[in-house]
Design a protein around this ligand. Structure first.
Ligand code: ZN
Length: 355
């Protein structure tokens, strides 16, 4: 009996400690689960179906409002319409965009207009990942009107990304995203093929860091460039046999939008390096979205249909000229951006910015 009584407080104490322990561990486990869930709230899938006409019209509205009382933002405009259409721009009517623009110009905020639209944030984040760095201020060289031999710097606001092929080089393309491909395992086409002439200078669409450079049995000689915000990975493939890239280019280099990075060719579909095994010379151009690094090089990769984007970029070709000394094509008019590291790619055409 005495022994039992003696142990009673211990049992009570142990029970309380046990219950507390369970409560604490449940609490921390729950907290852990919640934070893991929170981590996983990045976007998993994007089907980019914004039409060319809608992008074109929203871009003009954005650029033309730069000095107006109400500055319009093309990504917000497209995200609003995307939400209304469930992402399907075959439903797009220019009148819908006009109505939105007049509401915004009348002083209504996008926050008020979208407060009951449950999926607006998704479309805004998805379209921002694609188009968010396409438009903004930049400085670019233009021909000096008084002295055509010289170039002068001008400040601009607008589209600051370039066509993947140099200005003046023709190409043809159609919306071939998702078509089946037979080389290797069964798979679908995750980009847009720009059919052009061998040697056409290939241009960096957006400023970024060279992440991949070399041979890949599908893409042949290929370059992968990551945007500086890390959200977009640009893939340029089937580059020219023997001279695929600008020779000085290396992994880790910073290239600017509009720089020549390589040359169109027909390499690829071979595990052996430097082999032309593609029937039609073309640039394969692709864009992958990365919301979380776990989406890189896994089955969770998000590649979007860039056909309409290539069509939009066609208006912004980078003029180039041939440099006999280093046997490379180089951009003629330099560009610079705010808050972007110095480029490391060599370009003999470009005079250091101090001059
Ligand atoms: Zn392709």
């Amino acid at each position: 009996m005495i022994v039992k009584i003696k142990f009673k407080p211990l049992i009570i104490f142990t029970s309380i400690a046990l219950i507390l322990g369970i409560i604490i561990s449940v609490f921390f486990n729950t907290a852990h689960v919640v934070s893991a869930d929170e981590k996983k709230t990045f976007i998993k899938w994007v089907d980019f179906r914004v039409s060319y006409d809608a992008m074109d019209k929203a871009l003009k509205a954005d650029v033309n409002s730069i000095d107006e009382e109400v500055k319009l933002n093309w990504v917000e405009i497209l995200a609003y319409l995307g939400t209304r259409y469930g992402g399907d721009f075959s439903r797009y009517k220019p009148k819908d965009m006009d109505n939105l623009i007049s509401q915004l110009k009348n002083g209504e905020s996008i926050e008020t207009l979208t407060k009951d639209l449950k999926h607006y944030n998704y479309y805004y984040d998805a379209y921002s990942a694609v188009l968010g760095n396409f438009v903004g201020p930049y400085e670019v060289q233009v021909k000096d009107e008084n002295n055509p031999e010289k170039k002068e710097w001008v400040e601009k606001y607008g589209l600051k990304v370039f066509s993947p092929l140099a200005a003046g080089y023709g190409y043809s393309h159609y919306d071939d995203f998702g078509n089946s491909r037979s080389y290797g395992f069964r798979r679908v086409h995750l980009g847009n093929d720009l059919l052009g002439s061998i040697g056409t200078p290939v241009i960096a669409v957006e400023t970024g860091r060279v992440e991949a450079l070399g041979w890949n049995q599908y893409g042949g000689w290929r370059i992968g460039i990551r945007s500086l915000d890390n959200k977009r990975y640009y893939y340029y493939a089937h580059l020219r046999k023997d001279h695929p890239y600008v020779k000085s280019l290396k992994e880790g280099d910073i290239v600017y939008a509009g720089d020549v990075i390589g040359y169109l060719g027909m390499t690829g579909y071979s595990s052996k390096e430097n082999v032309n095994n593609i029937n039609t010379p073309h640039l394969h151009f692709g864009m992958q979205l990365i919301f979380d690094e776990s989406q890189k090089e896994t089955l969770a990769e998000i590649w979007i249909d860039v056909y309409k984007i290539v069509k939009l970029l066609n208006r912004n070709g980078s003029p180039v000229s041939y440099n006999k000394d280093n046997k490379e094509f180089e951009r003629i008019y330099d560009i610079r951006f705010h808050n972007v590291p110095e480029r490391t790619i060599r370009n003999d055409n470009i005079v250091p910015s101090a001059q």
